[in-house]
Structure formats: C-alpha cells, structure tokens
Design a protein around this ligand. Sequence first.
Ligand SMILES: Nc1ncnc2c1ncn2[C@@H]1O[C@H](COP(=O)(O)OP(=O)(O)OP(=O)(O)O)[C@@H](O)[C@H]1O
Ligand SMILES: [Mg+2]
Length: 203
Amino acid sequence: MALKYQLKDSSFYIDGSDVPKNKLGITESLEIHELERELLEDAYEVFYDELDENTIFDEEYFKELHRRTFDSLYDWAGEYRDFNMAKGESRFCQGAFVNTSSKKIFDEVKNDGYLQNCEQTPKAEFAKKLAYYKCELIALHPFCELNGRITRMFFDMIAVFNGYAYIDYSTVTPTEYIEASIECVQLANCGKMEKIIFDGLMK
Ligand SMILES: Nc1ncnc2c1ncn2[C@@H]1O[C@H](COP(=O)(O)OP(=O)(O)OP(=O)(O)O)[C@@H](O)[C@H]1O
Ligand SMILES: [Mg+2]
C-alpha cells in the first residue's frame, strides 16, 4: 500500500529545532510541548472512558492511540515510519521492517489473549509480561515521535483493563528509564524495565 505521503527523517523537524513540522505552524518548542501535554491528557480521559470488555489491544488500537491523540497536530499521527532511526547508540528497528516486526509483536499479544485475562495473574508474572512487550515496542520505535508517551499509554490502558491503576513511573528518574530502554534495544534485556513496571503497578 502506498503511503499517503513519504516520511523522511530529514524533513521531519523544523530546521535546527526539536519541533516537528505541524499542522498549526507552531515553531516554539515550549508551545508545542505544552500542546502535546494537553492533547495527551485529554486522550487519557477519552481512552479510559472507552475501555470496556470489548477493547482489543491489537495493532490497530495501538495506532489509534497515536492517531487520535495527535491527529489535530501532525500529518503522520498514527502512521508508522519508513525510515531508519537511532537515539544515542541505539538503533531502532529498520524502517523497512517496522510493519512486519509490528505484526509479529501483535501476533504474540493476540496469542497471549490480548493481555485481557491477567486480573488473577500474580503481579510479578503480569509485570514480566508487560515488560516483555514494552521492550519489544521500545525497540520497534514505530512512530516518528511520541513513541514513549503512546507506548506508556498503551500499557496504562492494559493495566486498567486488568484491575490496576495507571503504571506509576515517578519512582524512576528519566535517566533510569532511558537506561532500561537502552537495555531493551541494545541487549534485548527487559530486566530493568520489568522492575520499573513491577514497582509502578498498583491495584
Ligand atoms: N538512547 C536510547 N536508547 C534506547 N531507547 C531510547 C533511547 N532514548 C530514548 N529511548 C526510548 O525512546 C522513547 C522516546 O521516544 P520518542 O521521543 O519517540 O517518544 P516521546 O513520547 O517523545 O518520549 P518520552 O516522553 O518517553 O521522552 C523513550 O521513552 C525510550 O523508551
Ligand atoms: Mg520525543
């Protein structure tokens, strides 16, 4: 399927800034980040209210979280990237393989009952499961931007579905969170992320 438009790493941000080109013509970093914060906060309410026993945590749902949260701001909301991306020393899934790798991850989620039946699962086992899929999605890094926030929202909705509150990440520093992500991407080791999720999961 042809993309609606070609995504290119180089043309993605406004020159010399961390501000993605956007529908509203915003050029100020503080302004766009505040708007993203508000859109995310609103989206949490919307998706929380929509949760019911028919909610399926599949790829479509994951993409819809991104699309519906940021559609008013970005053309590429809900669209997977097709170019390569790296952060620091970490290379994420190659652009050419994002779609197939995503399908593989979400096939596993499906075979895991869409993570819908974990209310009776011991917390440690549930945290391990969530960390496994979270590390896979961190290594996939499928969107051009806002991967961290949408991935956290995805697992927050799964946590709520299974009788927990949103996962509390306030016990870790941003550096610790990145270190856990680095181990996911570079070592395929989700141990640190598992601990973060275990500590953050509360009924
Ligand atoms: N050096 C790195 N190695 C591996 N993964 C990284 C690295 N830096 C960041 N990440 C991962 O990428 C995510 C950030 O991706 P992105 O910028 O697309 O989303 P975001 O919503 O803006 O991020 P966040 O709110 O988490 O900072 C982080 O949450 C982390 O999981
Ligand atoms: Mg970012």
